[in-house]
Design a protein around this ligand. Structure first.
Ligand SMILES: Cc1cc2nc3c(=O)[nH]c(=O)nc-3n(C[C@H](O)[C@H](O)[C@H](O)COP(=O)(O)OP(=O)(O)OC[C@H]3O[C@@H](n4cnc5c(N)ncnc54)[C@H](O)[C@@H]3O)c2cc1C
Length: 453
């Protein structure tokens, strides 16, 4: 019996997709440079029991499983490996509970981030983690990558909101990790271990997240800068001033022009670099401090936005930068994170790297976190440009590590940063990773070859 027929005996047949065109559309995430293999089938379970049955089947037949949310990942984490089952959690998309008293929500992994945020907002509650992919990415994918986002500079990343998980391990066990209470220290933090594990330790089938009360309206402060270094100095100044903006994003001229060419939003391209900050602390003081930091760091223009629509358009441009640049060529996305004080130096080094390797590098950044996304763009089919961009990518990683940073702030290791991880952590630490993997996935069937080999 072939594998697909056998699979159709363990889950309802309509969950199994093997039409080649359909399977093809699931093979890759958004990391255009990462390799991918061929899958046997896509399975779209509707319940935890179906996930468990697929994992047990895979264990019995020694078939790799690649869990997948919406496929918006930027490291190749959800890319197919040869002969795998692509386990798409997108149909498990129910919001099971929103609890006002406990201020928590319980969701299935396929719930789209923006849908959870909207459901919470309707109850006067707020789920903060807001990756720029929020209209598409799933909470399961966000947890598996420990996604960050725009407001994380003040409110933290996905990890800070995960209270409990239901997970199917590589042994085929359905386990519940974590708790619903505000505090709790019973046993190792296995729930925390799952956050950011990129589908290599278990398949997440239910998630309990912490919520916050709806926050005060935000005010936007925009600053234009002639150079990346001046913008970096402004980030350092804000960070050193003692205020905590609710967003501090950087977007450069390449991105603004690409978004404008695509969406015709009438964006001003007077600036080489734009910093966008937000303040949600009541009163004027915080916004005024940020404005002063921008001006004192050499902004050519800076203002508190009087027009929220105009401010929102600038944030939309920030969110649309990545898909807009994808229209210009192949995009290799960097994700280094450096100490905030090193942001000006890191931005200067990125500019130098672009010149050294003759590579077009556009920049967006969660600048307030020191999390930079240099986007290396190469014309499709230009192998020489690709080699130069790869060399630039390696230099950026080396510079970030030299400045005390990390190779990935939020996108995860996946395939693209495996070499970077080896440079960042010691041999004994990699051994600890392997020991944990062996304990939870002794047959090595869960997303093999991702994070480390
Ligand atoms: C335009 C754009 C903007 C982006 N902005 C941000 C941003 O601001 N911040 C940020 O952090 N990221 C950002 N990303 C990257 C991406 O959106 C995030 O990594 C996101 O969390 C991935 O979610 P997903 O549902 O698409 O997961 P996928 O890409 O499908 O999967 C990501 C990883 O999680 C694993 N996985 C998925 N679901 C499960 C599950 N249920 N159980 C176990 N493992 C699972 C996969 O195996 C894979 O390793 C952006 C991407 C794009 C395209």
């Amino acid at each position: 019996m072939d594998l697909v027929t056998a699979l159709e005996r363990v889950v309802p047949a309509d969950r199994v997709l093997d039409d080649p065109d359909v399977v093809e559309s699931y093979l890759q995430d958004h990391a255009e440079w990462a390799e991918y293999g061929q899958a046997v089938a896509v399975v779209r379970p509707r319940a935890t029991e179906e996930v468990r049955a697929v994992v047990a089947f895979a264990a019995e037949h020694r078939v790799p499983i690649v869990p997948r949310g919406a496929g918006t990942g930027l490291s190749g984490g959800a890319n197919a490996v040869d002969g795998c089952i692509l386990l798409s959690l997108e149909a498990m998309n129910a919001v099971l509970e929103i609890n006002d008293d406990e201020r928590l929500a319980v969701v299935r992994p396929g719930v789209v981030n923006d849908d959870l945020r909207a459901a919470c907002a309707a109850r006067g509650l707020w789920y903060p983690p807001d990756p720029a992919s929020a209209p598409w990415s799933t909470i399961g994918g966000n947890v598996a990558t420990n996604a960050g986002g725009l407001c994380c500079v003040k409110y933290g990343v996905t990890r800070d909101y995960v209270l409990a998980l239901e997970v199917v391990t590589g042994r085929g066990d359905v386990v519940r990790l974590g708790r619903r209470t505000a505090k709790g220290v019973a046993g190792y933090d296995l729930c925390g271990l799952m956050v950011g594990s990129e589908g290599t330790l278990g398949v997440i089938t239910e998630i309990t997240v912490r919520l916050r009360p709806k926050r005060a309206p935000e005010r936007t402060i925009a600053g234009y800068f002639d150079s990346m270094v001046a913008a970096g100095e402004a980030v350092r100044a804000v960070s050193g001033s003692g205020v905590v903006p609710s967003a501090l994003e950087l977007v450069d001229r390449h991105c603004l022009e690409a978004v404008d060419a695509w969406k015709n939003m009438g964006l001003s391209t007077e600036a080489n670099v734009v910093l966008l900050a937000r303040s949600d602390t009541p009163g004027e003081d915080e916004a005024e401090t940020i404005l002063r930091c921008f001006r004192e760091s050499g902004a050519t223009w800076a203002a508190l936005s009087a027009d929220e629509q105009e401010a929102e358009a600038l944030f939309d441009a920030r969110r649309l930068a990545y898909p807009a640049l994808e229209r210009l060529g192949l995009v290799l996305t960097e994700d280094v994170c450096v100490p905030r004080a090193q942001v000006p130096e890191m931005l200067a080094r990125i500019e130098k790297t672009a010149a050294t390797h003759d590579t077009l590098i556009a920049n967006i950044a969660h600048a307030g976190d020191g999390n930079l996304h240099p986007l290396l763009i190469t014309p499709i089919g230009d192998e020489d440009a690709r080699r130069r961009a790869q060399a630039a990518f390696e230099d950026i990683i080396a510079d970030a590590l030299e400045l005390g940073g990390t190779v990935t702030g939020e996108h995860g290791v996946g395939l693209l940063k495996r070499g970077g991880l080896r440079r960042e952590v010691s041999g004994p630490v990699l051994d600890l990773h392997r020991a944990i993997k062996n304990a939870l996935d002794p047959l090595g069937i869960l997303n093999p070859g991702k994070i480390f080999v």
